[in-house]
Every structure is written in structure tokens, then in C-alpha cells.
Design a protein around this ligand. Structure first.
Ligand SMILES: [Zn+2]
Length: 216
């Protein structure tokens, strides 16, 4: 069966099985609207499925996915900023209490930081977008010299998450709410090979198993 046919079949099954089971919850979400507590910023990678890996339900996560789970620094100009718009909407309209930036292992965006991409118009926006990873790549090259390439990639994926957290704080509303204590930002790292998630501990500057994190 072709993948697209699977989707059609999948939606029929969803309507008949899952939707019926949670009809009351879905009705409420339609009537009252959404009020998610969490903005999840993840990679567009098809293997990173936010709802699946966190057991989330409709209404739980406001999700922003892009190539490399990058957060561009705040820039007040007249351009089209999709990621920035999603952050602003989540923070200033929905009033989320948490923002998670979730990187992942074997990330193609992080790997491509070490490659030369073809010139020309076909990848003009990809090349520009990946410039957001340059600061991470430079940091890794300077501090992890001599590491095996695969190790370097895993380190790049994790360090990148930390730089994105810094960029989040360039958004005035994010910074203000974090300082007021009503918004918390989290750095996560999902491992494709195990399905486990690590979180960035800003006290020890390490990534630790999320399963071991105390309630906060
Ligand atoms: Zn990725």
C-alpha cells in the first residue's frame, strides 16, 4: 500500500476508534478552545514525533517544528518570521508556562553544518537557515578537537540546544516572563536509538536522563 493511502486509511481508523473514544475531550477542546501549557520546539525530522515520544494528547502541546529545532535570535524587521511568530503567539496569547527546545540524535541539520551544500536557488533558504548552527559548530570545533566525527555530531546536537535556549531569551516577552518566574525554558535531547530523552541541567551543565529528573 502506498504511504498516502495509508494516511487515508489511518484517518478512517482514527475517526472510528480513537476519536469516538475521546469524543468528550475533543468536544471540549472545540468549545473552549485550546489552552496548552507547553510550547514544544522540535526538529522537522520524521523520526521525532513529539506527541508519541511524550505521550501527549490533543490540547497538551503547542508544537513548532523546523529544520534543526533552531530558534532564530529576536529580530524586529519587516520579514516573515514563522518560528518567531509561533513563539510570540505561544507566550503572549496562549500564555504557556513552559517552552521545551528538543534536539535529537542523528540530526541531519546538525550533520549538514559540516558539509558544503550545493550552490543555487534550490537550497537558498536551507543554506541561510543553517547559518543558525554556525555558532554551535564553531564552539564544537574549538573545544572538542580530535573527537571522532560521530561523537562530534552528538555533541553538536546537544550544544545546539543550549544555544537555542540562549536565543529564546532574546525575545522580550520570553525574557520578561522567565524573570517573573511564570515561564520556564527547558533543553531536551531525544535519542533515536533508545527513545529516551535527556534534559539539560543548567546547574551542572550536563544532559541527564529525564526519567531521573525530580518533579518541577
Ligand atoms: Zn533534526
Amino acid at each position: 500500500m502506498e504511504k498516502i493511502e495509508q494516511l487515508i486509511k489511518g484517518n478512517k481508523e482514527f475517526q472510528n476508534l480513537h476519536f469516538k473514544k475521546f469524543e468528550f475531550e475533543f468536544d471540549e477542546l472545540v468549545e473552549k478552545g485550546q489552552s496548552p501549557e507547553i510550547l514544544f520546539i522540535g526538529c522537522s525530522d520524521s523520526r521525532v514525533v513529539p506527541d508519541l515520544i511524550t505521550g501527549s494528547r490533543p490540547g497538551d502541546l503547542f508544537i513548532m517544528r523546523n529544520i534543526g529545532n533552531f530558534v532564530p535570535p529576536f529580530k524586529k524587521d519587516n520579514d516573515y518570521h514563522g518560528t518567531a511568530a509561533a513563539i510570540e503567539y505561544a507566550v503572549s496569547v496562549l500564555g504557556v508556562a513552559h517552552i521545551i527546545v528538543c534536539g535529537h540524535s542523528h540530526c541531519g541539520a546538525c550533520e549538514s553544518l559540516y558539509k558544503v551544500l550545493p550552490e543555487g536557488d534550490d537550497l537558498v533558504h536551507v543554506r541561510k537557515w543553517l547559518e543558525l548552527g554556525t555558532i554551535t559548530k564553531n564552539f564544537v570545533e574549538q573545544n572538542f578537537e580530535g573527537y571522532e566525527f560521530s561523537e562530534k555530531l552528538r555533541i553538536t546536537e546537544q550544544i545546539s540546544v543550549i544555544f537555542q535556549l540562549e536565543n529564546l531569551l532574546t525575545y522580550p516577552a520570553v525574557k520578561r516572563k522567565v524573570e517573573e518566574g511564570i515561564l520556564t525554558i527547558h533543553g531536551w535531547y531525544y535519542e533515536l536509538q533508545s527513545g529516551s530523552i535527556k534534559y539539560f541541567d543548567s546547574d551542572t551543565l550536563e544532559f541527564k536522563e529525564l526519567a531521573h529528573q525530580s518533579e518541577r
